[in-house]
Design a protein around this ligand. Sequence first.
Ligand code: NAD
Length: 275
Amino acid sequence: MIQMKNTGKRIDLIANRKPQSQRVLYELRDRLKRNQFILNDTNPDIVISIGGDGMLLSAFHKYENQLDKVRFIGVHTGHLGFYTDYRDFELDKLVTNLQLDTGARVSYPVLNVKVFLENGEVKIFRALNEASIRRSDRTMVADVVINGVHFERFRGDGLTVSTPTGSTAYNKSLGGAVLHPTIEALQLTEIASLNNRVYRTLGSSIIVPKKDKIELIPTRNDYHTISVDNSVYSFRNIERIEYQIDHHKIHFVASPSHTSFWNRVKDAFIGEVDE
Ligand code: NAD
C-alpha cells in the first residue's frame, strides 16, 4: 500500500476542449488534489497534457522558456499518440507512477529557428515537431546552405526542417525518413520541388548532425509563411533563416510503462502484421 504524504510536486494540467478531455481533466485534478499534489499553472515541475499529440505541442509551447525545469507527460483521449504515454483509462496507473516518481526523465532534441528580417529584426522560435516555410503565392526559391556550403538552389512549394520526434509527423507525409528520437539530428525535407532539365535539387531528405547549421536564403522577397508546429506566422522580406538543434531539450517523465518507439511507429502506421 502507498503511504499518503505531501509530494511537494507542482503539476499543471492542460486539456483540449473535447468533452472526453475535459472529463479526464476534472477527474485527474481531483485525484491529484486527493493525493497531495500541488496544482500550479505558472511554475510547475510536471506538465500533463490531456488530448492528443497536438495538445502536447501546445503544452510544450506554453513552457518552451522553462524547458530545463519542467518534465512533460501526455495523456491521450483517443488512440496512443507519439508524445503520449497514458490512455485516458489509465489514470490510476498515472497517479501511482507520479507518487513513485524519482525525477527520472527521457529527453529529446528541440529545433531552434532564427528568422533574420531585412529590417534587422530577428525572430526566434523553438519547435518540437518541425518548422516549415512556404511562399505565400508563387514558387518559393531559396538557396540552401549547410554548414557554410552552398548546397543547392531550391525551387518548389517549400521546405521543412524536423526534429527526430517530429520525423513521424509532417516530415513523414512528405516522404522523409523516420528517425529514432535518441538520434540528435535535424532533417531537411522538400515540399514538391521542381526538378527538370533546368532546375535541380537533391530530391531526397537530408539528415544533418547535431552541430551542423542549415540556412535558407530566400531569393525572392515578399511574404513567406512559416509554420512552427501548430502555429503559423507570415513574414515579409526575410533575409535568411537559421536552423539548429536547440541548447535545451524537452524532458518527459520516464514512465515504467513507456511504449517503445518502434511499437508506436508500428501501431500508428502499420498495425498488425500477418505472420
Ligand atoms: P493535429 O493535432 O490534428 O495533428 C495532426 C496529426 O499529426 C494528428 O494525427 C497527430 O497525432 C499527428 N502528429 C502530431 N505530431 C506527431 C508526431 N510527432 N509524430 C506522429 N504524428 C504526429 O494538428 P495540430 O495540432 O495542428 O498538429 C500540428 C502538427 O500536425 C504539425 O507539427 C505537423 O507535423 C502535423 N501536420 C501534418 C500534416 C501532414 O501530415 N500532411 C499536415 C499539417 C500538419
